[in-house]
Design a protein around this ligand. Sequence first.
Ligand code: PXL
Length: 285
Amino acid sequence: MKEIKKVAAIQDLSGIGRCSLTVIIPVLSAMGVQVCPVPTAVLSAHTGYGEFVMHDLTDFMMPALEHYKKLNVGFDCVYSGFLASSEQIDHCLEFFSAFPDALKLVDPVMGDDGKAYATYTPELCARMSELVAVADIITPNLTEAAILLGEDYPEGEVSEEKMKSWLVRLSDMGAQKVVITSVTLENGQMATVGYNKANGSFCKLSNSLVPAHYSGTGDMFASVLIGSLLNGKDLSAAMSRAADFTEHTLRITYEHKRPWTDGLMFEGELGELVSDNGVDRCVRM
Ligand code: PXL
């Protein structure tokens, strides 16, 4: 029997509006990967609803880690995402250092469409670079990449040259592999761009634009990326699989005219993730 890989997912649990753990658990399970949630907060609904109830679980994280150490559990990947307080940065750092052999993926969740999320304080955003410094791979969207680099959010189309320079600068902050999502390149298509410092290669992937935005899209992308990497794909093949499945679910959601807060209608599509198919469509930049 194939070995089942384990991911510690340091993320929130939001009851309504598919994002974070309600996306990560089903997606990675469909890809044959076990998710061990380390909830950072429990919310009635994600912060995009404007009104929500949130229970911060900062005090839960270290006792949970101590328990895992006592149990001697190993993780193949430690994946951090939505955090509820700047103290949780310290706790994530403890998780990363407790499992040195695990793939360290930091999704520096902070905002989208040029704006920070409601609960993200300037202090929390400033400290996100501490996680980026210890990561193997990071997956910011364009907004988060701009925040990490202290740049203005680029409205409209951006040049490949600018994205290459941002990828290198982000990688200089720590991670060997950097992927930036939600980039509009000069051809007007929705692009994902990646950099692998180990061999100095850049790649890009274009997807046709779905003219809408939905919550949890970044969580979908990062989950499929992790599942693909843990199933043995390389960075460009994993980016392709993640971007193509994300586009597929975006399109279905758009056709059903769902409100953006509902997130992606992926449940009927999970079967597509079970088989290990997908074509590497990345091209060199
Ligand atoms: O998908 C990012 C995300 C995760 N978790 C919560 C959020 C958001 C974005 O709004 O509010 C609670």
